[in-house]
Design a protein around this ligand. Structure first.
Ligand code: KIV
Length: 294
């Protein structure tokens, strides 16, 4: 049995912090589960981290499903949350329900996440009633980047902050099991967290949320400044520098091959003496590589 949304609620009730990370493929999902992550988000940040798009807007249902399945295959106990891509949940409720259902029935995810406040409340209610657990997403909602005009702090005026509180309450009333708060002031995230019974999961929202989510590519240093990105967001703490390690390793490999140091004899395979003699007998004995074999 995989970890459930009830387990997440119990963590909030016990005041136990809830760590989440993104993963997009089988290898990383396995690694995250082995390292103790109980909730994995297959975020639509797939768009930039894996697929090379410059925002989350272009990513499709089929692309998301492909990666959700890989993450599900890489885990056995972890709760997998599938992000609903931009156009999968904006046309009408029926289409949203069909697409969210596919994330569970075809993708194997245990819940979905979708962006938006009050305007999504009725949709969240419909999905929840259909048995699809929904995580909301407020504050900076990257799918609205074209309207917001940039990755800027949200809820920074009394009016905007009030709207965010109301949005959070509306999503909770509609049946959301948890809400991501992205790029909002820490104090505001704290106020929302206190007002809600369901867990809040912060990203760039300070320490008062019930849990934290980060893009694993960010915290593992897989996105190199100057190669992949212009800068890292302020909320990212680098726990490793994997792109640097990978570049150093690849340069060493290139040099070893170029200078004949790779592969060594220990990294090569021997041929049976009889087979070697046989093949030599059929060839000009002065030609071909020497064989040192048993
Ligand atoms: O797609 C994603 O990675 C997300 C997180 C930033 C919450 O939605």
């Amino acid at each position: 049995m995989r970890v459930t949304v009830r387990d997440m609620q119990q963590m909030k009730d016990r005041a136990e912090k809830i760590p989440l990370l993104t993963a997009y493929d089988h290898t990383w999902a396995k690694l995250l589960e082995a390292a103790g992550v109980r909730f994995i988000l297959v975020g639509d940040s797939l768009a930039q981290c894996i697929l090379g798009y410059d925002s989350t807007v272009p990513v499709t249902m089929d692309e998301m499903l492909h990666h959700v399945r890989a993450v599900v295959r890489g885990t056995s106990a972890t709760h997998v949350i599938a992000d609903m891509p931009f156009m999968s949940c904006r046309i009408n409720e029926d289409e949203t329900l069909r697409n969210a259902g596919r994330m569970l029935s075809e993708g194997g995810a245990q819940s979905v996440k979708l962006e938006g406040g009050r305007q999504m409340a009725q949709t969240v209610r419909r999905l929840s009633e259909a048995g699809i657990p929904v995580m909301g997403h407020l504050g900076l909602t990257p799918q609205s980047i074209n309207r917001l005009g940039g990755h800027t702090l949200q809820g920074n005026s009394a009016e905007d902050a009030g709207r965010l509180v109301e949005d959070a309450l509306a999503l909770q009333d509609a049946g959301a099991y948890s809400i991501v708060l992205e790029l909002v002031p820490a104090r505001l995230a704290g106020i929302i967290t206190e007002k809600l019974k369901i867990p809040t999961i912060g990203i760039g929202a300070g320490p008062h949320c019930d849990g934290q989510v980060q893009v694993s590519h960010d915290i593992l240093g897989l996105l190199e400044v100057g190669i992949h990105v212009d800068h890292l967001p302020r909320h990212v703490r680098l726990y490793a520098q994997l792109s640097r390690d990978a570049m150093a390793a690849v340069s060493a490999y290139v040099a070893d091959v170029g200078e004949g140091r790779f592969p060594s004899e220990a990294e090569s395979f021997k041929m049976k003496r009889a087979a070697l003699d046989g093949i030599r007998g059929r060839q000009d004995p002065t030609q071909g590589p020497p064989g040192e074999d048993s």
